[in-house]
Ligand binder design. Structure first.
Ligand SMILES: Cc1ncc(COP(=O)(O)O)c(C=O)c1O
Length: 372
């Protein structure tokens, strides 16, 4: 098999051969082997959240957004009110979800290169007793910024409000413990830092909260209460399960645990991030974020000012050399992003940098320095 391009993106990601090979079978959704595999995956996800005994894992077909939408609409009752902390596109997406679901919400917005505003959160929760839920993005993939979810959790807890965390691009690589951070739900998907393939997401939800969520959801297929009750009753999925995705996820989690779990994953991604950032800075590029705000997930670089730097050509040339990068998603400044996650290590990052250097030279770009 010829080598697929390496995906330096926020997902879908490069997966290991073992993960791909796990999909070379067929499973009946009622087979004992499939049911066992599904239970193993659900247990492992709860373990990764350090939430055994308090929370349950409710998996759902679809991309990550399906699980975010399902969790918001299952947990927030129709007469509830959310406070959404926004510093990028995924916070904005939560507002769109709640618009569709006809739930009321307010927002506190900070710029894309600034963490969510803890002071404003505290003040708003003091002032508005009608807010039932606080929603926050763990790593805002728009910029790659790491939000202070432990602080958000303690403020939400102080005001006795429910916390929902979208940890799509952080779960499994940035440690999170339900014993230390009080949340009612945390959502992620199979194909980000746990390195499965795309096709399913999940929410890890506090059991005592989920038990009270019957009738909240406005959508049959996105009702995580019904998904949970039904899965607990017969161990099967309500609707056709993404069997191959679950098999790949099961294999990916086995590899994850064998390589040191969250500690191992965080170490490899942090090293990838360091190599990438240092190498790009040597070429003159500037990161959007200072290192202390950067999650080791995806790095935003400001667009080079050199007129010879044309992003589309840069992208295409890198793709031809076997590396896929990602356009920027910032509203404030032209940028592009390079991911550090997926089945990639220091060799891949160093090779990618060598290819970037050669591409810039072929394009006649003398420096990656952005406009001031
Ligand atoms: C923080 C965050 N939330 C939600 C999503 C949406 O996930 P999906 O594109 O799989 O629907 C993403 C995707 O990258 C994300 O990074």
């Amino acid at each position: 098999m010829s080598q697929d391009p390496w995906l330096l993106t926020p997902g879908p990601l490069t997966t290991s051969m073992q993960t791909k090979e796990a999909m070379l079978h067929d499973w009946g959704s009622r087979d004992a082997s499939f049911i066992e595999m599904n239970a193993r995956v659900r247990d492992a996800v709860v373990r990764i959240a350090d939430a055994e005994g308090t929370h349950v894992c409710v998996p759902l077909q679809g991309s990550g957004t399906f699980s975010v939408e399902a969790a918001l609409c299952t947990l927030i009752p129709r007469d509830g009110k959310a406070l959404i902390l926004i510093n990028g596109a995924y916070g904005v997406r939560m507002t769109k979800i709640l618009d569709y679901a006809n739930r009321s919400y307010i927002t506190i917005e900070t710029p894309e290169d600034t963490p969510v505003d803890l002071g404003a959160l505290d003040e708003t929760l003091s002032a508005d007793k009608g807010i039932s839920h606080v929603c926050v993005i763990h790593c805002e993939t728009t910029s790659g910024i790491l939000n202070p979810i432990a602080d958000v959790a303690s403020i939400a807890d102080k005001h006795d409000r429910s916390l929902i965390i979208d940890s799509m691009s952080a779960f499994g690589a940035i440690p999170v413990s339900a014993k230390e951070i009080k949340f009612d739900a945390i959502m992620a998907s199979s194909n980000k830092c746990l390195e499965g393939v795309p096709g399913m997401g999940f929410a890890v939800i506090r059991k005592t909260v989920l038990e009270k969520c019957q009738g909240n959801a406005h959508s049959l297929s996105l009702d995580l209460y019904e998904q949970w009750v039904s899965m607990e009753a017969n161990k099967q999925w309500r609707f056709t399960p993404p069997t191959h995705v679950i098999a790949a996820f099961d294999s990916a989690i086995t590899q994850y645990e064998a390589s040191g779990g969250v500690t191992g994953r965080n170490k490899r991604y942090s090293n990838n991030c360091r190599i990438l950032t240092e190498g790009m800075r040597e070429l003159g590029f500037e990161t959007l974020l200072p290192d202390e705000l950067q999650a080791p997930i995806i790095v935003t670089f400001k667009m080079a000012a050199d007129p010879a730097f044309v992003f589309e050509t840069f992208y295409d040339n890198l793709k031809d050399e076997g590396y896929v990068i990602y356009p920027g998603k910032l509203t404030v400044a032209p940028s592009f992003r390079i991911g550090c996650i997926g089945a990639l290590d220091d060799t891949h990052m160093n090779n990618a940098l060598a290819v970037i250097k050669k591409t810039l030279s072929d394009m006649g770009v003398t420096s990656g320095t952005p406009a001031t």
